[in-house]
Design a protein around this ligand. Structure first.
Ligand SMILES: *Cc1c(COP(=O)(O)O)cnc(C)c1O
Length: 414
């Protein structure tokens, strides 16, 4: 093509690509968002040194990116860990863990009432690669001891469990794991490092679904794993090769979320303590699960292991699924939404949503009844939350009158 013809267009194509690329972000106060897939090298030698790992530096955003690195460093510091690796989602982080630490013939020992998809990932997906999963009762130490053997590589627990709010003894379970050379993984999504630091009780790896309380605004998905640099090197190798990477944009939003994590956690906890006590006094409520209730069967362990109790409460209404659905459908302010850790309060019916893929027997073993309702308490005023819950209780109270002293109806709930 004739070069003169390009000039005739009067448009500087090169300027549109290259002008203004030198941006100095050294004095910006809010962390800059590095939306980039690639990085420039000062020389061919520099590229070789970074690619081969002789020199620190970014190569490609599948495995490192400045904004994602900022998130990793911040979460590592908050969990008192040497390092962290971010992933595309919480389940992406679990997939990363499995690929980093397991091989054919190994087994996973996991508490029965972890996040439902975690059970599915281990049993139905890792199972295909010759990895056996053994599920045990979170609270029964003898079951952990019996299940962990010389082929166990990962011991996985979530405490408190969701939605039943049972507690596992991290220190005791870490001793069983370490005695057989296995790594203890603790899912700390629900309490966050504000209320629980599992590494200080012997956890080797701590995992978060970072789109929950860490972002705290229900906007993004991300996962993060903290641990020693020996372990994060393995995880980063998986990231580099299998590419379950965290978006810089998501990392940037979560960095902002982390700045308010402590005040949000304290606020939802205050409301959750008040609401769980109040809900337990309602006539149509059979039981309430919250580790902050002094009559929680493991309140002593909770007080030893946790600095707080978080914002998730769970209660069982009399009248089974029908009453639970009716109560949920009556809500006017609280959202019907299957998530946790948003600024806004939301409820879900675990038996027919998060845990619907479990068999009835498995649900029973995990303690998930048909009348159970899980609530992620948000930042609304307590007055408005109680008002909404009150009118929903009134709706089922009319349908299933209770004989509680708060109510005048003679007939008991089913
Ligand atoms: C949501 C959640 C996960 C899965 O995380 P995603 O980011 O949704 O993939 C894992 N563990 C717990 C406790 C969760 O709440």
């Amino acid at each position: 093509m004739d070069e003169d013809m390009v000039d005739l267009a009067g448009f500087d194509s090169t300027a549109a690509l290259h002008r203004g690329r030198e941006i100095d972000v050294s004095d910006v106060f809010c962390e800059p968002l590095a939306m980039t897939s690639a990085y420039t090298f000062t020389s061919a030698q520099d590229a070789w040194e970074r690619f081969s790992g002789q020199k620190e530096g970014n190569v490609y955003s599948r495995f490192t990116n400045p904004t994602v690195t900022a998130l990793e460093r911040r979460v590592a510091a908050m969990e008192s860990a040497e390092d962290a690796v971010a992933f595309a989602s919480g389940m992406g982080a679990f997939a990363g863990l499995c690929h980093a630490f397991l091989q054919q013939g190994n087994n996973i020992v996991c508490s029965r009432d972890v996040f439902g998809t975690t059970v599915n990932a281990f049993r139905n997906y890792m199972g295909r690669f010759g990895i056996e999963s053994r599920f045990v009762d979170l609270t029964d130490l003898s079951q952990w001891d019996a299940a962990i053997d010389g082929n166990t590589r990962l011991v996985v627990m979530e405490s408190p469990s969701n939605p039943t709010l049972k507690i596992g003894d991290i220190q005791a379970i870490s001793r069983f794991a370490h005695a057989k050379g296995a790594l203890l993984v603790v899912d700390n999504t629900m309490l966050t490092p504000v209320f629980q630091q599992p590494h200080t009780f012997g956890a080797d790896l701590v995992i978060h679904s970072a789109g929950k309380y860490m972002d705290g605004q229900g906007r993004v998905l991300a996962g993060i794993v903290t641990g020693s640099t020996v372990m994060t090197r393995e995880l980063r190798g998986v990231l580099r090769t299998l590419g379950i990477s965290c978006s810089p944009f998501n990392a940037w939003l979560i960095l902002k979320g982390l700045e308010t994590l402590e005040v949000r956690m304290l606020r939802v906890q205050d409301s959750a303590i008040e609401l769980s006590n109040w809900v337990s006094r309602q006539g149509c409520v059979r039981s309430v699960h919250y580790t902050g209730l002094t009559d929680h069967p493991q309140f002593a362990l909770a007080s030893r292991q946790q600095q707080g109790h978080g914002g998730l409460i769970c209660f069982e209404v009399k009248g089974g699924q029908e009453a639970a659905w009716r109560w949920i459908d009556a809500l006017l302010l609280v959202a019907r939404c299957t998530n946790i850790g948003d600024t806004r309060s939301m409820v879900t019916h675990p038996a027919t949503t998060t845990h619907c893929r479990l068999s009835e027997i498995e649900r029973q073993m995990a303690g998930i009844s048909d009348g159970m309702i899980r609530m992620s308490v948000g930042l609304e005023s307590l007055k408005d939350l109680k008002k909404d819950l009150r009118q929903a209780f009134d709706v089922i109270e009319r349908q299933y009158p209770s004989n509680s002293e708060n109510h005048t109806h003679a007939e008991s709930c089913q």
